[in-house]
Design a protein around this ligand. Structure first.
Ligand SMILES: [Zn+2]
Ligand SMILES: [Zn+2]
Length: 376
């Protein structure tokens, strides 16, 4: 079948993207679902910093690629062997397909699924297949098994989680990356307990989701750190009890003062190793620093090694919020429906696929938290 998709042919385009047009919106050919695969009509596709990191080359991926990894949609067709999904079902995508058979999956850590990681690095679905071709017949890679910047996509059933159909689909999309990653970092990776202090460095979609997660977990105080006043204002509306503008004051000293000597938990969602060091320094003795952002592979992170021992500090990586997608996406959606995770506040605007390049400029400039593509 034919579908309209935004294709990235090469990385490291100059900004502004409204002029350099890194994403080419064109009609491409999509081969239907094979065994264990599902054809999904995308309903909402969020623009995430991780897409931006592929476009600017700081998170290199195999090219060319149909980007987009945070999405919701409606099942239109299922391949042989798909028994628990049917046409009409509403789904959210997990950007790591969960094979269910490898050791990380078997030990409850599917965000680290080995078969999923292998497919994601190769730019294929879980079984190694690729389904997109451009008009010239060139094969296009899948982005994290999702490729949501396309009106239709094919995904492995292991990439899909069925959701309550009453959830608005442009909101449901956010659970696939921002919410699963940010709330998961608080609830799964750190396991923040009620009354514990939290500092969140960087207030994009993931960082603001961590603020929401901290609020839902009963953390106090919740200190939000960023360099943009508009983000700090939004963080206060979402439950941050204090905010620090790191462009105006030393965030380490400010967080230490606000948390009575250092935060028990600090989260870094910028993907910058200097900010990660600040987050580490802002924790108290015995504190835990959770790193969520994705720095360029060449970057190193240096802290005094003795502080890990003599001060019992912990640094934890959190990929996809250490989530179990089939457990956590419905669980976080239930919290949203109960009014305890107002993730709809993260949605800045909905856009059309053709607006994708300038929309990435807005994301890069920090003017938008989440912009979601709606296909009509
Ligand atoms: Zn993302
Ligand atoms: Zn696995």
């Amino acid at each position: 079948m034919k579908t309209r998709a935004a294709v990235l042919y090469k990385m490291e385009h100059p900004t502004p993207y409204a002029e350099s047009q890194p994403l080419v919106v064109e009609e491409v050919e999509l081969a239907g679902p094979g065994p264990g695969e599902v054809l999904v009509e995308i309903a909402g596709a969020g623009l995430c910093h991780s897409d931006l990191s592929v476009i600017d080359g700081s998170r290199p991926r195999v090219m060319p690629m149909v980007l987009g990894h945070e999405a919701s949609g409606i099942v239109r067709e299922v391949g042989p062997g798909v028994h628990d999904l049917a046409p009409g079902d509403h789904v959210v995508f997990s950007f790591v397909p969960v094979c269910g058979r490898c050791l990380p999956c078997a030990t409850g850590r599917p965000a680290l699924c080995e078969n999923g990681a292998r497919a994601n690095i190769a730019g294929t679905l879980l079984d190694g297949s690729r389904h997109f071709r451009n008009a010239a017949g060139q094969e296009l890679h899948h982005h994290l098994g999702v490729s949501a910047f396309s009106q239709f996509t094919v995904a492995a059933q292991e990439s899909l989680v069925k959701i309550d159909p009453t959830v608005p689909l442009e909101i449901a999309a956010l659970f696939g990356c921002a919410v699963m990653t940010g709330v998961g970092a608080v609830m799964n990776t750190a396991r923040v307990e009620p009354g514990a202090g939290v500092a969140v460095f960087g207030l994009g979609g993931v960082g603001l989701s961590a603020v929401l997660g901290a609020q839902a977990a009963g953390a106090y105080p919740i200190v939000a750190v960023d360099i943009l006043e508009a983000k700090l204002t939004l963080a206060r509306e979402l439950g941050a009890t204090h905010t620090v503008n790191a462009a105006r004051e030393d965030p380490v000293a400010a967080v230490k003062e606000l948390t009575g000597g250092g935060a028990p938990y600090a989260f870094e969602s910028v993907g910058n190793e200097q900010v990660l060091i600040q987050a580490y320094q802002a924790t108290r003795r015995g504190g835990t620093t959770v790193t969520i952002g994705l720095p360029h592979p060449s970057r190193q992170f240096a802290v005094p090694a003795v502080s890990l021992v003599a001060e019992e500090r912990t640094v934890k990586g959190s990929y996809m919020g250490s989530a179990v997608p089939r457990r956590d996406i419905p669980r976080f959606i239930a919290l949203y429906q109960a009014g305890r995770l107002p993730v709809d506040r993260l949605l800045t605007r909905t856009i059309r696929l053709e607006e994708i390049n300038p929309a990435f400029d807005a994301l890069a400039r920090g003017e938008a938290v989440r912009q979601v593509i709606r296909f009509e």
